[in-house]
Design a protein around this ligand. Structure first.
Ligand code: ADP
Length: 307
């Protein structure tokens, strides 16, 4: 029987504008192809899981503004429970203003907006939802005390916790001790291990070292190279399907949402990773983040029950 995926995380609106050249301070340049796209790591991961058939509850905050109303409508349209998605009056919904030039370089200004308002009390109000989950997923785009409270509630109830440590920040050892599955990408893994910038990255060694910080399972995502999985004394590299990538935005979010959908649907960890790698591989062949996330009918693998 499927268990519910609970996502505690961010909701953003990405405002994307293309230009031939980046404007210098004080300069005005012509732009084109303006797009307003739903984003935020929390919302992205929740959409990926819901689209693959998982029952998903979302805990987070949007502003009481047009972007917030739209984000709520989008999450609800994916079939999600948004009972714990709060509208914060006087706050704006989180936004990322993204300029992309013709050399595909980008400049991004992020305003966490209402995401910064997620409180311990709001997370506490979702206690029953967290305690009933098959998996709690968190990232680090919401205030750390709120994230930490959600993780503590899940841990105390025996609900497994998946943490995507993005964007990277120093984490208290007691938080990492309550995480069951840590899923960083290569950059986040290097930052958590305080590796020198530019130092060679050894995924096997990094996964082992991350386990010593507390999480019994570490999955380092390695882009087109797949993942490194360390758990139960084993440390293995699992290849990604070979595809022609056109846009890798949101690959990690698709991987995490799909992993959660499969795991909560009863798949073993390695089966859930294979499923997640297929979903992420499909997503990179299409443009956008949420727009590129697949439905289960598109995946050759199906979720099968855990032994
Ligand atoms: P993030 O988006 O967080 O940087 P990654 O780039 O590591 O995360 O990608 C997450 C997962 O998405 C990878 O582990 C892999 O399964 C899949 N993926 C990413 N890029 C590709 C690619 N070019 N081809 C196939 N799969 C990919």
């Amino acid at each position: 029987m499927s268990r519910r995926v609970v996502v505690l995380g961010s909701v953003n609106t990405d405002l994307v504008l293309r230009c031939s050249q980046m404007p210098l301070p004080g300069q005005t340049v012509h732009g084109r192809d303006f797009q307003t796209l739903p984003g935020g790591k929390g919302a992205n991961q929740a959409v990926a899981a819901a689209r693959l058939g998982a029952s998903v509850s979302f805990i987070g905050c949007v502003g009481d503004d047009a972007f917030g109303h739209n984000a709520r409508r989008i999450l609800a349209a994916e079939g999600m429970d948004t009972q714990h998605l709060h509208s914060i009056s006087g706050a704006s919904t989180g936004v990322a203003m993204i300029l992309v030039d013709d050399a595909a370089q980008n400049c991004i200004v992020l305003d966490a907006g209402a995401n910064a308002a997620l409180s311990i009390a709001q997370v506490d109000a979702a206690k029953a939802t967290i305690q009933d989950a098959g998996l709690l997923i968190c990232q680090l785009e919401c205030p750390l005390p709120a994230v930490q409270h959600g993780i503590a509630l899940a841990h105390a109830a025996g609900v497994p916790v998946l943490l995507n440590p993005a964007p990277t920040q120093a984490l208290p050892p007691e938080l990492l001790a309550q995480v069951d599955v840590l899923v960083p990408n290569e950059t986040e893994a290097a930052a958590l291990l305080q590796l020198a910038p530019g130092a060679a990255f050894d995924a096997t060694a990094a996964a082992d070292r991350l386990r010593t910080l507390g999480p019994p399972t570490v999955i380092i995502t390695l882009g087109a190279h797949g993942v490194q999985l360390a758990c139960d004394g084993s440390n293995v590299h699992l290849e990604a399907p070979v595809v022609q990538a056109v846009d890798t935005t949101g690959a990690g979010d698709t991987f995490i949402g799909a992993y959660a959908a499969a795991w909560c649907g009863g798949a073993s960890m390695t089966a859930a990773i294979a499923y997640a790698q297929q979903a992420a591989a499909i997503s990179v062949t299409r443009a956008g983040a949420q727009a590129a996330m697949p439905r289960s009918s598109e995946l050759p693998l199906k979720v099968s029950g855990r032994p």
